[in-house]
Design a protein around this ligand. Sequence first.
Ligand code: NAD
Ligand code: TYD
Length: 340
Amino acid sequence: MNILVTGGCGFIGSNFIHYLFETRDDVNIINLDKLTYAGNRKNLTDIEKKHAGERYIFVHGDINDPELVAGILNVHEIDRVVNFAAESHVDRSINDPSPFITTNINGTQTLLEAARQRGVARFLQVSTDEVYGSLGPDGRFSETTPLAPNSPYSASKASADLLARAYFKTYGIPIIITRCSNNYGPYQFPEKLIPLLFSNASSDQAIPVYGDGLNVRDWIYVRDHCKGVAMALENGIPGQVYNFGGNAEMANIDIVKTILGQLGKPESLIHFVADRPGHDKRYAMDFSLATKELGWTPDHDFATGIKETIEWYSKNKKWLKEVQSGEYRTFMRNWYQDRK
Ligand code: NAD
Ligand code: TYD
């Protein structure tokens, strides 16, 4: 099976490539990644050493480059595409929506069009629970919940989902869309809550908590998400959407206190800051369809997953330091300055 994975140098994409090589013998992977601030080739150093030039090829480029994408699909005889490539951080989308539109919407359409011309066997669009908007205190999102995105990020992801749906309905391209809740685990860029929390707490810096800290997310260990994407790619029904969740709903403040406790750091590091504009209150996933049709359930509870994650970050402080570039520091400084 020749698979084009886009955004494979990011957090979930690199975990997915590791997961596939660990669990499947029949895959060859082309990884197309633009290497934005969030992409890091070193996330796959071991894969490059073991498989480069044979079962793994890295291509540095943009999903929004039609000639490049068409060339890859034809030269490497790609039969499956998994699109992880995206601008992925809500706060950055509030700061500047433009790259979100360019990559998440136009880039997805470029991939879809190339897949249509080539006639691929499967196109899997990796999406998010954030396209459904925000929940009140009760209920969960199902695949039929209407899309109601609230941030430029989630609006761009919802747009991509709708384009993918249209390519299925209009052209019969075998599209599958997966929507997952908040991931955590190795290689997550430290702008997101859990790695930011680890990074700041380890160096005794304040932990910014937005608003009252009572916003709720459902947390899933990244490997469980990768397992779901692999199963949907292999056995998903074209045209179908599959939700994945971790069965681990937690308020942000409880996550912060739990991790501070595990690191032996004081709660005095918690610093409440101005709320994120348009901040979704609560996400929760009904993933019974994925269980029924794919046989998927998450393997990690939050306690196990977070233990493994903290161990990974503790052993990889060099990685953490390296990804905190000048651009990262400037963004973080400006963003949090405005929230004081
Ligand atoms: P990430 O920001 O860590 O990685 C994104 C990757 O895409 C990077 O390697 C980056 O270099 C690459 N990229 C960006 N623009 C590109 C372009 N134009 N062409 C080629 N490559 C490009 O993101 P992530 O957290 O790994 O998320 C991956 C996907 O999963 C995204 O589509 C995101 O919407 C979705 N998702 C993420 C979560 C989460 O909790 N992180 C949850 C559900 C769904
Ligand atoms: P984040 O990791 O950015 O994921 P998402 O916005 O996609 O859910 O944020 C998770 C939650 O943590 C979200 O409710 C916002 C909150 N948050 C903070 O309170 N402080 C922070 O510094 C960050 C990055 C997030």
